[in-house]
Write a protein that binds this ligand. Structure first.
Ligand code: ACO
Length: 441
């Protein structure tokens, strides 16, 4: 903690000193936890625009300069040289693994991919057209009913088993949700395949014939999962921390995070980008849609543009843009009209004063949806794919939150703007008043 403190004086002359805390890097924070005790006021910051909810060792973002670090390592370096499984280890355990530790971790994840057969029967209870995010959140929530034997949050081994199960079983659940939606038989996982190869197998293989895994598709998914793995206190991660702070079952906390991710302002944006591009349809319509996005009276926004934290560029978007080209080139689809339209929209928005002044740049979801589309992953599965990558961040944050000795249940305060205290009026009296009012009309 830094020695500096803010001196705050209330209008009535009461005074308090607010300590300033310094992190490893990034802006200092003003510790306001004693503010109500000293001055009898709360702070007001809807959407947590300037409020830190916790301290964390996991991820650092510098939104002004487009920096994203996982445990101190720049995401660009991890994207270029690492794998999703290694990044998962790094996020969960804080350090890069030794070769032996990585092999062991990889083996554990490969060997925990199967679901309890009872869980599989759940899928038949959903309507065939259920959104896969609804299925994912429901089935992950149900994991607490199957794995309650290892749920002592104070036991490091139990916490580890929880992490392994989330990481290993989410792709199986996601693929089962997809197979349900297209009426195909569920494909059991294959432990001889790596994380993303296995996911492709479970999504696209059928029992009737062999399925050849495209290494570029597996590489693209691995990269996307690295880029989505964590993003400090974003909406879904904060939801996981908040739900978990009550001591709730961690599987339920992850299910809550999945639900939060689904919204179009968060992980649902990659699905929304594709829907928007389909709606725009042709490059000649771009200016009309850009004008709509700029019109204050029109709720339409350019999906995949803007970010709460990144105000110069999203470093993930830069990396993913290159992968987008690679995937499309390898699939022989460089001329995909959807991709051309996206690139043209990107260029128009980047040169437009409105977007420049408001620092609205393409975010990671602008490109991820195009890659998923090229890999023939259906639009409704886009946010599910995001959830698979982000599940490791949620788990790392839950682990960090649950062992924090200063941890408290999350319980924000509010500015009450409702009716002041008033007396209850019995129903007979209200009827009488109503009759009198109608009579006087
Ligand atoms: N299109 C048009 N205008 C926009 C957009 C957009 N995509 N994003 C922000 N603006 C405008 C707002 O209307 C607002 O204008 P005003 O100052 O005239 O009121 C201004 O820019 C600031 O926007 P806020 O909503 O206040 O910014 P905030 O930080 O709260 O929101 C958010 C960030 C939610 C990402 C927003 O930019 C957005 O809705 N983008 C589209 C959805 C999207 O792509 N989400 C994915 C985020 S990345 C992720 O979750 C992985």
């Amino acid at each position: 903690m830094s020695q500096d403190a803010f001196r705050l004086v209330s209008p009535s002359g009461d005074e308090t000193r607010l300590p300033v805390r310094s992190g490893t890097t990034g802006p200092d924070v003003v510790d306001i936890s004693d503010l109500y005790r000293d001055l009898g006021v709360f702070t007001y910051d809807p959407g947590f625009v300037a409020t830190g909810s916790c301290s964390s060792d996991i991820t650092f973002i510098d939104g002004e300069n487009g920096v994203l670090l996982y445990r101190g390592y720049p995401v660009e370096q991890l994207a270029a040289h690492s794998s999703f499984i290694e990044v998962a280890y790094l996020l969960l355990y804080g350090e890069l693994p030794t070769a032996a530790a990585l092999e062991e971790f990889d083996n554990i994840i490969r060997r925990h991919t199967m679901l309890n057969e009872g869980m599989l029967r759940f899928f038949n209870g959903f309507r065939y057209d259920a959104h896969p995010m609804a299925v994912l959140s429901a089935v992950v929530g149900s994991m607490s009913a199957y794995y309650h034997d290892t749920l002592d949050a104070s036991d490091p081994e139990h916490r580890d088993i929880f992490a392994h199960r989330i990481l290993a079983k989410l792709p199986t659940i996601a693929a089962a949700a997809y197979k349900l939606s297209i009426g195909q038989p569920f494909m059991y996982p294959r432990n001889d395949l790596n994380y993303c190869e296995n996911l492709l197998h479970m999504l696209f293989a059928v029992p009737a014939e062999d399925y050849e895994i495209d290494p570029i598709a597996a590489e693209a998914l691995d990269l996307l999962f690295i880029l989505h793995a964590d993003h400090e206190q974003n909406c879904s991660t904060s939801t996981v921390r908040m739900a978990g702070s009550s001591g709730a079952n961690p599987y339920s906390a992850i299910a809550a995070g999945i639900s939060a991710l689904w919204g179009p302002a968060h992980g649902g944006a990659n699905e929304a980008v594709l829907k928007m591009l389909e709606e725009i349809g042709d490059a000649k319509n771009i200016s009309k849609f850009v004008a709509k996005a700029k019109d204050r009276d029109d709720p339409f926004r350019l999906m995949g543009f803007g970010h709460r934290v990144y105000k110069s560029f999203d470093p993930r978007a830069k990396i993913i843009r290159e992968m987008c080209h690679k995937v499309l080139a390898n699939l022989g689809r460089v001329d995909t009209p959807m991709f051309d339209l996206a690139l043209e929209l990107e260029q128009v928005a980047l040169k437009d004063d409105y977007f420049i002044e408001k620092n609205l740049y393409p975010n990671v979801d602008f490109y991820s949806g195009i890659i998923y589309r090229a890999l023939q992953i259906p639009t409704t599965m886009f946010t599910v794919m995001f959830a698979l990558g982000r599940s490791v961040g949620w788990t790392a944050h839950w682990q960090e939150m649950i062992i924090d000795p200063t941890g408290k249940i999350s319980r924000p305060r509010q500015l009450y703007t409702g009716a002041p205290q008033r007396d209850y009026v019995p129903i007979e009296e209200r009827k009488l008043r109503e009759r009198r009012a109608n009579h006087s009309l």
